[in-house]
Ligand binder design. Structure first.
Ligand code: SF4
Ligand code: SF4
Length: 383
């Protein structure tokens, strides 16, 4: 049986609020039975990505607020959350700078793994990762709504709901301060490899490291492994491929699915709702220090209880769209129907979606249910 996905197109029919993406999103949230997965008094995690200094293409606070309001309507107690990427207090400042704060979203904005990024509970993942530390505020929450901004990703080709769980719901560090989330980027026990002969000493890796784990000393790059969180940022920005993260694509993407599986296992069945925004689909992750122009035109928003179906549908919509002129997709000479994200990132996102499917996390077949306008109650029509 196909999984149901509600879909609001980003295009609007006419100059009327009821056709706006915000109004159509409200309509979907009204149709979805929040009372079926949230009980009165439940703390409900609304997991999103706060962005970064330089990356602004995140889900806008107005949409988070709509989710918060809907959770409150059924008696839930929402909190908007993400996990530590850069040092915790600085990351909360990023959230605030991006417009995500209590005043804008209508609920507390907290770090799920605490301001030191060490609050976690170990959960069984799979043969690649063994166990993984799920951020404690997510582990203990009885229900969760995962609000993802869809984009490309240098390691997984695509960042949607699976990645938002796999990376985004894992604590930055373990209780001892060692890298936890970053373990997914590396073969077990391995660390960054600096290839001296390729290095131009440009210093970009040093500047981009949010944890100050790199230094250029006496013409060499020195890595302080005791504070490195294995985020891989330095390798991503290196123009000379002189900073290497040792892992192959298949292992990384299967590890992602394992990690997402571990997060889902901490909830009772059916108590997670997924919301994917296919808007401002930039080539890279929102944790990078920049956001390039979108690859395709905004598609809209998808809502489903099926994590595999929603990511499959999101990927299909992106690859089925026309590449935007002047974008990185246009640079690659791809056309509608090509695997746009693979051409841009060099990675095949289908690998982690298939891996999640094989773990029994959801269905790759789906039915899109279009929601074209917000229904206006009769009494309001008369006003
Ligand atoms: S970014 Fe790359 S080339 Fe530049 S200093 Fe770092 S390792 Fe060397
Ligand atoms: S992986 Fe690189 S950027 Fe990330 S913390 Fe370690 S040294 Fe810094």
């Amino acid at each position: 049986m196909k999984s149901k996905i509600f879909f609001a197109d980003a295009r609007v029919k006419s100059y009327d609020y009821k056709y706006s993406l915000v109004a159509k999103f409200e309509q979907i949230l009204k149709i979805v039975d929040f009372g079926s997965f949230i009980e009165k008094g439940d703390y409900v995690a609304i997991k999103t990505h706060f962005g970064s200094y330089g990356a602004h293409r995140i889900v806008r606070p107005i949409f988070l607020r709509k989710v918060v309001e809907r959770v409150k309507e059924v008696g839930g107690m929402p909190f908007v959350t993400d996990t530590v990427r850069i040092p915790g207090l600085e990351y909360l400042e990023v959230a605030n700078m991006e417009g995500i704060n209590h005043l804008s979203v209508g609920a507390p904005v907290v770090l799920a793994d605490g301001i030191f990024g060490r609050d976690q509970i170990k959960v069984k993942a799979g043969p690649i990762l063994g166990e993984i530390g799920v951020a404690s505020a997510i582990y203990y929450a009885p229900a969760m709504i995962v609000v993802s901004h869809c984009k490309g990703h240098i390691g997984s080709g695509f960042g949607g709901a699976i990645k938002n769980l796999a990376m985004g719901c894992i604590s930055c560090k373990d209780h001892q301060g060692k890298a936890e989330r970053g373990r997914i980027h590396f073969y077990e026990g391995k660390h960054l490899e600096w290839v001296e002969v390729r290095c131009t000493r440009c210093g970009q890796c040093v500047r981009v490291c949010p944890h100050k784990a790199l230094q250029l000393v006496d013409d060499s790059i020195v890595i302080d492994k005791s504070i490195c969180v294995k985020c891989g940022r330095c390798a991503r920005v290196c123009p000379a491929e002189a900073m290497v993260v040792p892992i192959d694509e298949v292992t990384f993407q299967k590890g992602l699915a394992e990690s997402a599986y571990a997060v889902v296992s901490t909830f009772e069945k059916g108590r997670i709702l997924y919301i994917n925004f296919i808007t401002e689909v930039q080539p890279e992750c929102d944790c990078m220090p920049m956001a390039d122009t979108p690859l395709v035109q905004d598609q809209g928003v998808l809502v489903s209880h099926d994590i595999v179906a929603i990511d499959q549908a999101s990927l299909d919509l992106i690859n089925g769209a026309d590449p935007l002129p002047g974008s990185k997709a246009a640079d690659k000479n791809v056309k509608k129907g090509d695997n746009i994200l693979k051409a841009v990132t060099g990675k095949d996102a289908q690998l982690h979606i298939d891996a999640a499917f094989e773990l029994g996390m959801g269905n790759k077949e789906y039915e899109l249910i279009p929601v074209t306008e917000k229904e206006v109650p009769e009494e309001e029509k008369k006003d």
